[in-house]
Each structure stands twice: as structure tokens, then as C-alpha cells.
Write a protein that binds this ligand. Sequence first.
Ligand SMILES: Nc1ncnc2c1ncn2[C@@H]1O[C@H](COP(=O)(O)OP(=O)(O)OP(=O)(O)O)[C@@H](O)[C@H]1O
Ligand SMILES: [Ca+2]
Ligand SMILES: [Ca+2]
Length: 640
Amino acid sequence: MGLCHGKPASAESCDPFSSPSHKKKEEEATKKETEAEAGATVTEEKAPRPWASPFFPFYSPSPAHSLFAKRSPSAASQGGGSATSTPGRFFKRPFPPPSPAKHIRAVLARRLGSVKPNEAAIPADDREERRAAAGLDKNFGFSKGFASKYEIGEEVGRGHFGYTCTAKVKKGESKGQQVAVKVIPKAKMTTAIATEDARREVKILRALTGHNNLVHFYDAYEDNDNVYIIMELCEGGELLDRILSRGGTYSENDAKAVMLQILNVVAFCHLQGVVHRDLKPENFLFTSKDENSQLKAIDFGLSDFVKPDERLNDIVGSAYYVAPEVLHRSYSTEADVWSIGVIAYILLCGSRPFWARTESGIFRAVLKADPSFAEPPWPSMSPEAKDFVKRLLSKDPRRRMTAAQALCHPWIRNYKDIKVPLDILVFRLIKSYLRSSSLRKAALRALSKTLTVDELFYLKRQFALLEPTKHGCINLENIKMALMKNVTDQMKELHVQDILVSLGALQYRRMDFDEFCAASLSVHQLEGLDRWEQHARCAYELFEKDGNRAIVIEELASLEVLGLQNCFPSSAISLPILAQDQHGILLTRIRELGLSPSVPVHVVLRDWIRHTDGKLSFLGFVKLLHGVSSRSAQSLAKAR
Ligand SMILES: Nc1ncnc2c1ncn2[C@@H]1O[C@H](COP(=O)(O)OP(=O)(O)OP(=O)(O)O)[C@@H](O)[C@H]1O
Ligand SMILES: [Ca+2]
Ligand SMILES: [Ca+2]
């Protein structure tokens, strides 16, 4: 592979796909993309187009933009170069700063004020924006006197929101210590969102600091011109540079070492109720140039707090790494896991899983295209590696592994001595289990009996983290202790009480490991597996032997079977058991509630309930396993 660095944008000279026919295809693709860019919105996909090859070679060696490149802070503050260029197909080095994974344009527009096409700079003569900016409260309450405490050194990196320099502590106990200072110019904060971002970045760093794989935060300062975030100096450069310097691919083992650290810190953030929202190789730094140097997550500028059941709707992040549900404006911590999947894919094969020339093209790929695992080097890779990446890149966030689950995946779990962190998902699932009918609990218990050793690995680790009694049981007290032990003060204030209240039923009873498995398994995730049909059939057989029984009408009317909880008050129904001749009564009841007569309720009843004995059919069993989320219950109710 040739070297492209230091040259102007002549990607073709290094392009292994630059044969004339390929070039023509590329041009056609670009034309289509440009047309799409002009008109189509993200969700307006017409027909899936044959994607231009998503392969995205990395060049080696990279003249990595040196950590200590000589660039003066003043030159630095004049704005980044790549912000004004379209995302190229090939990585060219040195990158004009900021990094090539550009933020979604809307993100920059909302945060930095108006953004011209392909441009993140703030228009210098935009009077209205200046007036609005003048009204913003840019006092953060951070320490003053930055200049008297630190001697600022050279620039070591830059992004859209700030630039980072080395600095030396001038006085006090740490005199002489080298630190990193991220300088965020207040002049760039032209919107309330931008000031809020800076405030939150510091708040989150302050709350999370202490984890081995997260940049250590020391303090925040401000003066009239800037906010200064003082952090540990990571001298090993960005993960992106290492990927490039290795020519794009990591061996599976080397990739595991990186993944382990990324998953660890992200699982930690998620447990603390923080979603990063901008995970990409540029936002992970090595502490030293050493091969085995520790990796640290940086840049919490787009991060936010999220409660266990909350969905965020702000479209945020960098295009290549953004999860489909972010584009659909309803997401939570799973979105970070998607970005980790993109990083894993790049580490292992050196190309981007979702690629197009334009932002809207990338979005369409993210929403519709499946990443290729057919081209080299994938065929020679272990099946576990492929499965690992696929389960991180599951388009349905409910089917996607969590960061803690990913650490238990067979591909990675035997790599070194992995310490699996507590998973917030477990509490979410137990909460839903505790609110379920006895029939659903029995169904879940049957399903839990079909779990394989691999699936049980994660549940065993999670149960152990809750420190069961010597009788092998947990109750609310165990959960409380485990949470207190594993979460930061910030999280204690924000979420622990909510979680404990939602699991209140465990105050008066215990849960053994078998029940824990039934409560904490995710039906959605199992459904995403190839062997789901087997799991479900096997579980149904077990349920038939021990658990299936004639359905009580209240249950049918309840959320779990028909999804009619809100429009079908169970108290109105007194018949104990559904038999064939009672269908009519149920149908009348449903019609009395003003539901459309065209709705084939009888079909639902026919398919979900066995007429011979009024017990659940296989389909009814699967529906019961899922329960019905309030969202689908609502849409079901609307449809009727
Ligand atoms: N603690 C640190 N030690 C060394 N270099 C750092 C440190 N923090 C940041 N940098 C460098 O500065 C760059 C910009 O920092 P950061 O990503 O926080 O800025 P940003 O403006 O928020 O970027 P973005 O455009 O990605 O949002 C990083 O990519 C990295 O190269
Ligand atoms: Ca960054
Ligand atoms: Ca940032």
C-alpha cells in the first residue's frame, strides 16, 4: 500500500479501487449522493442502492500529527481545516485538524450557531448571532487565576469546540507537573446549547474521574475569554493514529486489548447514567507511546445524563459512528455501544462499516445497509470476532449487547482477567419482571432453562456482583449495597433511589439464581440469535409441562397478552376462564370499548389461545414472553 500522507487530496494515486471502471462507478455514486444530499432527508430512503464499496483503506505509516507538533495556540484558534471539506473516502495524513470523523452538521449548527454547508465556522459578520451571544450567561463559576497557576505550552490537538495545549503547573504541591489544558473559547459559544455543553462537559468529567480508562480531571478555570479544562496529559496520541500507523488492521488479540478498555470505561459511564454520544477513535488517547500503554476516553463535550427508562432525542455525534436510533431520535446508552461496534469493525478490518461521500449517504447506510463481512480479511477471522462485531452493530438497540455483556462475549471474555462491571440493564429487566403476571414469570422461567453456558456466563457474573447471601439469594439490600459500592456520588444522588424504588418488591422477598436468570434475561436479545427458534420451542415444551394453564380473562385484557391495558379495564371482566363460547363475550366487551369492529381480535384469540383447553399456544407464549411495551400497547390501541 502506498503512502499518501503530506500530499494534497489525490486519493486516486493511492486508491486500490482506482481502475477506470471503478472510478466511473464512484463518480456515479457521488452524483447520486450529491443529489440525495440536496433533497432527501434521512428517513426518505426510496430503494436501497448498491453501496459504493465501504472499504476505506488506512495508510501506513502515518506521519501522525505529533502530540508535540509545533503549532501556536493563536494559530490554533483560527479554526479547523477539515471542517470545511467534505468527508473524504480515504484517510490522508496529516489530517487537517479537526479529525476526519466530523460531527453531524446539525450538531454543529445547533451548538456553534449557523453552519454554512460543509462548514462549522461561525460566520464572523453574523450580527444577529452576535447579539444573541451577547445575551448569554458565560459565567461558569469555575476557578479564576488560570494564568497565575499554569504556564501554557504547545498545542497538542484540536477539535471543533476547543484546542488542547500542554501546560506546566507553576506553583503549589504539583509544581512542575505537565498537564493538558483544553481551551474552549467563549467567543465560540454563540448559543445557549454551546454554553450548556461546556458546563456539562466539566460536570461529567468531575463526576466520572477516577476510572482507569478515563482521562483524569484536575480542575476547571475560566477568564473573560476562555474556559480551561485541566486534565492529565496523554502523551501517546489518539487511537486513530495507532490504527493508521498499523496500516489499518489490528490482530484479533491486539484488538481485544483495545476493546477491553473501551468497553470497560463505557460500561462504567453507563452505570453512572452517562452516555458519551461521541465515541470514535479520535476520542481515545494513549497515556504514553508505549505499545501496551493504557487507553483513556476523552471529550465528554456531547455527553449527557440519562435515566434508566429515559430516551434522548437530540441528534448528536459524528456521522460515521452514529447509531440508527439516534437518527430516529429515540435512544439511550445503546447508541454508544453501536459506536464501539463501528470502532471494532475498523480495528479488525481497517475499513468503515458504513461509508458514503455525503452525510446523508452515510446516514442511509447506517439505517439500511448491512456491513460487509464477506471481503478480506473477514473470511479468515474467527467466527467469534464476527459474531462480536455483529452483535454490537445490531440495528435494533434492544437486540444489541450492552457494554457489560460485550465483555462477557466468548470472543473477549477469556482475554486476560476481565472484571465485568455491574450492568444497568439487569435492573431495568428485573423491574419489568417484578411487574409481570405469574404467567409471564413462568414463561420467562421456562425460557431461562434453555440458556446456554455462554449466555449464563454473563448472568452468573452479574449475580455475583450483587453479592448474594450464603444461601444464594439476593434482595433489595444486596442491590442497594452493590449499587452504593459501584457508583459515583453523582449517580448516588441522581439515580440510585429511583432504581431502588422501582425494585421495591424485593424488599420483602428474596430472589435465587434461577429466578434471577428468568428476571434478567432479555427476550429481545435472545430473539436476535440464530438459534432463537430452538430456544423458544424448547422453552415452550418446558412451559407446557410446568406453567401453561388456561387463560384467565383478566390476563387477556391485561397488557401482557393483548396490549390493551389502557383501554380495557380488567376489572370490568369477571369471567374466570376463556372457553370457546366466551369469545363472543370478550369480543362484545372490546367493541363496547369503542374499538374498531374490523380488528380481528378473534384472530388474535385463535392464534394465541388453544381452543381445546384455553391455554396459550406457541405464538401466545412468545407474545407473553415479550410482554407489551407501553409504546406498542399505545400503537396497538391506536390501530384498533
Ligand atoms: N488530555 C489530553 N492529553 C493530550 N491530548 C489531548 C487531551 N485532551 C484532548 N487532547 C487532544 O486534543 C484534541 C481535541 O480535544 P477534544 O476532542 O476534547 O476537543 P473537541 O473540540 O471537543 O473535539 P471534537 O471536534 O471531536 O468535538 C483531541 O483529539 C486530542 O488529540
Ligand atoms: Ca474530540
Ligand atoms: Ca467534543
